[in-house]
Design a protein around this ligand. Structure first.
Ligand SMILES: [Zn+2]
Length: 357
């Protein structure tokens, strides 16, 4: 494995559902420390600051640390765990999956229990089970067993069980939490690049918390960093799997997505133009895309203080918000390349011109 694969493995394998990002933050901070000066905001987001040839402009490059998961909301008297979702889940992908319940006595493996088809009523077969009707089986005999012996408490986080895997096609990687640790890794690799290359600004490499429950960490970390310009990195939704529209540009190998619209942000138009120009000059594949539902951390960052020129980029990912996403290495490398090329251009004059009225 090369250094990026090791980084991706380390950062996706650790648990870190919204509000419980400690392990993911530790991994990111460990890497950021090699290339920058690390600090935190009080909600738990991590910031790596690297001063280039100028203290300003302040360039924010960020991904979110948290992954989707669940939280224990009730222990039944039989010892099963009812749970609430942290982030957006579709019942289809949760049922029958292995999960870790991080209890006061350590992680406990369990499974989201499902009925075998033999005993499903015809009506049940047709509908998707709600998360609120599901439960985790941790093998406890009863409530006492679950609480005392296993140490499970209401409020404990529940994390998908899945390991980073290089697929048979060695350019494809499968893991949980690519949404959005893949972007945290991109932030690290961009900072790694600037160890040897000059940049006319100060870079703030950010891993934000609690994105999946409503972009909460982005608000405080944007305030803390006080950026002059922001590049938000998140996953793009690859649609190149059945019964997808295979002519769409949102596919593995399509290069980074440049979001021209989402439900939370219309990007700064001059910055958008600069991104497109930079990609074209450097012959980096990219595609323009929009998302009518859903938003990125950019939705909070661009409204911080008096406003921040912001753009959101997406790394095409299949099957996000499930136990196993798939990415293509070329898209990862091209996203790093595009951000590096962009950061080199973001000097004082260039950034001032973004918000010139
Ligand atoms: Zn997400």
């Amino acid at each position: 494995m090369d250094q990026t694969e090791i980084l991706l493995q380390e950062i996706t394998d650790v648990p870190g559902v919204s509000g419980f990002e400690d392990s993911a933050r530790e991994v990111m901070a460990k890497y950021l420390r090699k290339f920058s000066e690390v600090s935190y905001d009080k909600l738990g987001s991590v910031v790596g600051r690297k001063v280039g040839s100028a203290s300003s402009p302040r360039v924010f490059i960020g991904g979110h640390l948290d992954e989707i998961g669940f939280m224990v909301k009730e222990i039944t008297k039989e010892g099963f765990l009812k749970f609430l979702p942290l982030g957006g889940w579709w019942g289809h992908v949760a049922l029958g999956q292995r999960v870790w319940v991080n209890s006061s006595k350590g992680p406990i493996l369990g499974v989201v229990g499902s009925k075998p088809p033999h005993i499903l009523q015809p009506k049940e077969r047709e509908k998707v089970l709600e998360i609120s009707d599901m439960f985790v089986d941790i093998g406890a005999m009863d409530k006492f067993d679950a609480a005392r012996k296993f140490g499970v408490r209401i409020g404990d986080p529940i994390v998908p069980d899945s390991r980073f895997t290089i697929m048979n096609n060695q350019k494809l990687y499968m893991a949980k939490a690519f949404d959005n640790r893949v972007s945290c890794a991109v932030v690290v690799d961009v900072l790694r690049h600037f160890q040897k290359t000059a940049h006319p600004n100060t870079i703030f490499g950010v891993g934000s918390v609690q994105e999946e429950v409503g972009l909460r960490g982005a608000r405080t970390v944007a305030y803390a960093v006080d950026p002059d310009v922001a590049i938000v990195v998140d996953v793009g939704i690859a649609q190149d799997s059945p019964p997808g529209d295979f002519s769409k540009p949102e596919r593995l190998g399509g290069g980074p997505a440049v979001l021209v619209y989402d439900a939370g942000m219309i990007p700064n138009q001059r910055l958008r133009q600069l991104v497109i120009k930079t990609a074209e000059e450097n012959k980096i594949p990219f595609h323009l895309t929009s998302m009518e539902r859903g938003a990125t951390d950019g939705a909070e960052i661009h409204k911080s203080r008096t406003g921040v020129p912001t753009i959101a980029l997406g790394i095409p990912t299949r099957y996000i918000h499930s136990h196993n996403g798939i990415i293509y290495r070329g898209d990862y490398d091209n996203t790093v390349k595009l951000i590096v090329a962009l950061v080199k251009k973001l000097n004082k004059k260039a950034v001032e011109s973004l918000s010139a009225i």
